[in-house]
Design a protein around this ligand. Structure first.
Ligand code: N01
Length: 486
């Protein structure tokens, strides 16, 4: 039990990147009684669920890796999804994480009772745990569009995170709804196979060109032979991404921002037809939505077998998509690249803390956390990728590891018996939330666009400060901000 320094029993929810890292780092700390609840039959999270054609990570691979498992084998600057999934599975297997995962176990409820979390999954009650680390993912619950007639479609329709690989695309008329990062990867990957691709765009995007070059065999051999080269590459990318790219989007590097906007406009100017170019031109500031990285999209959408449809969708019918101009776009396959509900991280899971009040009620008007990691009413409940975690064009693995550094310091207090229950105090939680709101009000994300950064209440719910600030915040918990009961 907590407080004894031994026998701490810990639950991790989710066996994606965050959960895998948590299990490994906990064991390093001597916490070995760890159960990972995973609702699917395989680890990997995002990379298990998203298998759509063209999937790559838009964060460079040498930055998108666990610090303890650098990978000399990445095939591309931005490696394909299956390769990332293989990396996740390999790390989970190499570090003995798999043995701790209870697969096909969806957590239905977690209740704090008499000093411990009682967890129930779809397999039944799982017992009591001294602490919980949640790693449930941010972009996990598919968001289906609220478009009349979706069910009436006579062809095959699926969300990109539920790609139906049994459906042959060859010779098909395929509609894609949405122009986020996902759709921009899907369109170039399917246009060769389809008879025609119709892309239904509600909002044009800013798109930064970036060729996805393969990493040469010699380079990989050099990385294998000399790990310091990998470390150098990581440091270079970390500076380029977090120090420049993400800082620019956060409004902290105006010169870099200007160069990036110019690169996006130059990219747009490669679209030859002025009418098409005009329809692809955003009317909001670069960075308001998550910036898209692609050198493949503009060539793909200019092909004769691709069509950009900018008329609003009126409804979906048996034969295809009807737009506001009365035209029926006849389709065999409809791909819903409509994103995710990023603001209900726990879905239908029922969580009740010290007060007995369901978290869904406490968060009914918006998710409130202390530094994205802890919640006042939830003792010993630690979140990786929780609400208001950095969401921009960061490497999720980097941010999750920084949060883990922070969480492990709190777990240490339980292990060492210095506390039995840890939860943030209300006043610092309110103060942090207020500072966040103030900073977000003037942020680029609130500068006039619609995006998944907004929650259902119209609040931007991302992390408004730079990566350096985030790193500093995660370095060590301010213990005065916590109620620690012995
Ligand atoms: O989803 P999105 P995504 N009618 O929310 C449109 C990460 N990611 O899956 O812009 C018509 O960005 C919606 O239109 P609008 C990455 O963080 C990472 O593409 O709201 N259209 C929008 O165009 C990314 O940001 C990688 O007007 C409708 C689209 O659907 C995040 O996932 C790869 C509609 C949704 O775009 C989400 O990207 C891919 C409707 N009713 C994704 N409803 C990596 O490489 C929605 N839309 C790591």
């Amino acid at each position: 039990m907590a407080g004894t320094g031994q026998g701490l029993r810990l639950a991790v929810i989710g066996a994606g990147a965050g959960g895998i890292a948590a299990a490994i780092r906990l064991r390093e700390r001597g916490v070995s009684d760890v159960v990972i609840f995973e609702k699917a039959g395989e680890p990997g999270g995002t990379w298990r669920d998203n298998t759509y054609p063209g999937i790559t990570c838009d964060v460079p691979s040498h930055l998108y890796r666990f610090s303890f498992a650098p990978n000399p084998e990445w095939s591309h600057k931005y490696s394909p999804g299956p390769e990332i999934q293989a990396y996740m599975c390999k790390v989970a297997a190499d570090y003995g994480v798999e043995a701790r995962i209870r697969f096909n176990s969806e957590v239905l409820s977690a209740d704090w009772r008499d000093g411990a979390w009682e967890i129930v999954t779809n397999q039944g009650p799982q017992g009591r745990f001294d602490a919980v680390i949640t790693a449930v993912g941010i972009l996990h619950h598919p968001s289906l569009p609220d478009i009349e007639g979706l069910k009436a479609f006579a062809g095959v329709a699926f969300h990109t995170a539920r790609w139906d690989h049994s459906v042959a695309l060859e010779g098909k008329r395929i509609g894609v709804i949405g122009t986020g990062s996902t759709a921009i990867q899907v369109v170039p990957a399917i246009v060769d196979r389809a008879e025609k691709v119709s892309l239904f765009q509600r909002t044009p995007q800013w798109i930064l060109p970036e060729p996805n070059l393969p990493i040469a065999d010699e380079k990989r051999a050099a990385y294998r032979a000399d790990p310091s080269l990998l470390a150098d590459q990581y440091a270079h990318l970390a500076q380029a991404f977090n120090g420049a790219f993400c800082a620019a989007v956060a409004g902290e590097a105006p010169d870099v921002y200007a160069r990036m906007a110019e690169a996006c406009l130059d990219n747009l100017n490669t679209v030859a037809d002025p009418g098409l170019r005009a329809r692809l031109t955003p009317d909001y500031r670069m960075g308001c939505k998550r910036l898209i990285v692609s050198s493949l999209f503009y060539p793909a959408i200019q092909r004769p077998d691709a069509e950009l449809v900018t008329e609003a969708i009126s409804r979906i019918e048996a034969g295809g998509v009807r737009t506001a101009d009365g035209r029926l776009h006849e389709l065999d396959v409809l791909v819903l690249a409509t994103g995710f509900d990023a603001h209900h991280p726990f879905g239908d899971m029922r969580i009740t803390g010290r007060s007995g009040r369901p978290l869904s009620e406490t968060w009914a008007k918006g998710n409130v956390t202390y530094r994205g990691v802890t919640v006042p009413d939830l003792p010993n409940w630690f979140m990786l990728g929780g609400p208001n975690s950095p969401l921009g064009n960061f490497s999720f693995l980097m941010t999750a590891e920084r949060q883990l550094d922070y969480v492990l310091q709190l777990v240490d207090l339980l292990v060492e018996g210095r506390a039995r229950e840890i939860s943030p105090r209300e006043a610092p939680t309110r103060a942090w939330t207020q500072a966040l709101k103030e900073k977000l009000t003037g942020s680029i994300w609130a500068s006039g666009c619609r995006s998944w950064y907004f929650d259902a209440h119209g609040n931007v719910a991302t992390y408004p400060w730079s990566y350096e600030t985030f790193e500093a915040e995660m370095k060590a918990p301010v213990l005065e901000d916590y109620a620690l009961s012995a």
